[in-house]
Ligand binder design. Structure first.
Ligand code: GLV
Ligand code: MN
Ligand code: MN
Length: 429
């Protein structure tokens, strides 16, 4: 059963237009008007294919094939539709469009009577995967997995101080796209009690995604089958020193928060870089400084640190070493250092059954592929602890992602999506 490659690529190019930063990558945060436009586009396609649409309180969407029969095991495929600030055009939405393409192809073939599934097929769109609003990745899928609940509705806050609960309640203010009959959002009370999935009803979860790293491109491969997904810990540091005049304060009498942060950061970087496996990564991706003026010594620096690896012991070990490094640098320089564990996810081993079956299928189809780690986290992580979960990667040109330059050859986008189709077909039998 062949997917329609022009339809797949057409959908991707249309959705690329839903950005608040045209010409500077794709910026589409969950719970914003641009998110509503992308949802309307996808929901209209589901409507046209005679599918059902269900939306939960977190605004995760499930699209059920028109031919689904109540009570049968469900094969799920999908990914997220949100992006980072000035991100790429493929991260997340490629997996959504791939799963949608499978849905449209199945609808046609079942309509023609050329395929009779034994299981149900659903497309799943996860909300707020990137953490762009609230700093915590996989938020929609954490609620689906029951890891987040009532408490996080109030503890997760966006940059303006609004809680997740307030943002969800404010969705009523986002206008509906006029041409869409089905709802774009669930606008009832913010009641998350019904959000967790009933995993007993789900047979398989499949996520198609771009690699976001350099491995496949460097090795000239056209596809990856993921067996391990890195876990991570996110820690926030606040360094408090002494603001003072930039000209009148002697160098020996300063407690400069930015210089302390710089020393600690570079020390942590060199410790992690010297890891014998060259696999653990540490990133200081967000930093704010007060008062942030050229003629005032920085008094306060607030920054985030992420430590990621596929081995939990390494994540914990390096996180502790980095925390100790910040503490000792601050002590030597006479600053206070406060530390807050923001969020975390454990490393995930994906379904051995699916990795084995996908490997045999890729060999049979003579695809240039490898079985590999994912350094990025994905919504699939949250489901993998409960149901057989598999991931398929398409290569990222020059390994670039989360930046406007993110790209993949069209031939690779099509062939990995076709591999998703073939895998779904096997699961539906
Ligand atoms: C998600 O993109 C992540 O790995 O941070
Ligand atoms: Mn992603
Ligand atoms: Mn991402």
């Amino acid at each position: 059963m062949k997917i329609n490659e022009q339809r797949l690529l057409g959908n991707l190019h249309e959705l690329r237009k839903f950005t608040t930063t045209p010409g500077e990558g794709v910026t589409r945060f969950s719970y914003t008007p641009m998110d509503a436009k992308a949802r309307a586009y996808i929901i209209k396609r589901a409507e046209a294919a005679g599918c059902s649409v269900a939306i939960d309180a977190l605004q995760n969407i499930r699209i059920g094939l028109g031919a689904n029969v109540p009570g049968r095991p469900i094969v799920l495929a999908g990914s997220h539709i949100d992006t980072v600030q000035n991100g790429g055009w493929l991260d997340g939405i490629y997996g959504v469009c791939g799963a949608l393409e499978v849905m449209e192809t199945l609808t046609e073939e079942i309509g023609r009577g050329t395929f009779v599934p034994s299981c149900n097929y659903e497309v799943i769109l996860f909300a707020e995967e990137e953490g762009s609003n609230f700093g915590s990745t996989m938020t929609g899928s954490k609620f689906l997995a029951g890891k987040y609940g009532e408490a996080e509705l109030d503890s997760l806050k966006d940059g303006a101080g609004n809680t997740l609960r307030q943002r969800l309640a404010a969705l009523a203010d986002i206008p509906d796209a006029p041409e869409c009959a089905l709802p774009l959002y669930n606008r009832g009370d913010v009641d998350v009690s019904e959000v967790p999935l009933d995993f007993g009803t789900i047979k398989t979860m499949l996520e198609l995604h771009i690699e976001q790293g350099p491995v496949l491109d460097r090795e000239g491969l056209s596809m990856g089958i993921v067996d391990n997904i890195f876990g991570m810990r996110v820690v926030e540091f606040t360094l408090s020193g002494l603001g003072n005049h930039a000209g009148a304060s002697p160098m020996s009498e300063r407690a400069d928060a930015l210089c302390a942060a710089a020393e600690a950061i570079t020390e942590c970087e060199s410790i992690v870089r010297s890891d014998e496996d060259h696999r653990t990564v540490v990133t200081f991706g967000h930093i704010e400084m007060l008062p942030n003026q050229s003629n005032v010594i920085p008094e306060t620096v607030h920054l985030t640190m992420e430590v990621r690896d596929r081995d939990k012991a390494k994540i914990d070990g390096y996180t502790q070493i980095c925390i100790d490094t910040f503490r000792s640098v601050c002590e030597e320089r006479g600053l206070e250092c406060s530390i807050h564990e923001h969020s975390s996810s454990v490393p995930i081993v994906l379904s051995r059954r699916l990795v084995g079956e996908m490997t045999r299928r890729a060999e049979d189809h003579q695809i240039n592929f490898k079985v590999m780690d994912s350094g990025a986290v994905h919504d699939a992580c949250m489901l993998a602890e409960h149901v057989d979960t598999g991931m398929i990667f398409a290569p990222s040109i020059n390994g670039r992602s989360h930046v406007p330059e993110e790209d993949t050859d069209e031939a690779d986008l099509v062939s990995a999506a076709q591999f998703l189709m073939d895998t779904v077909l096997e699961e539906l039998k």
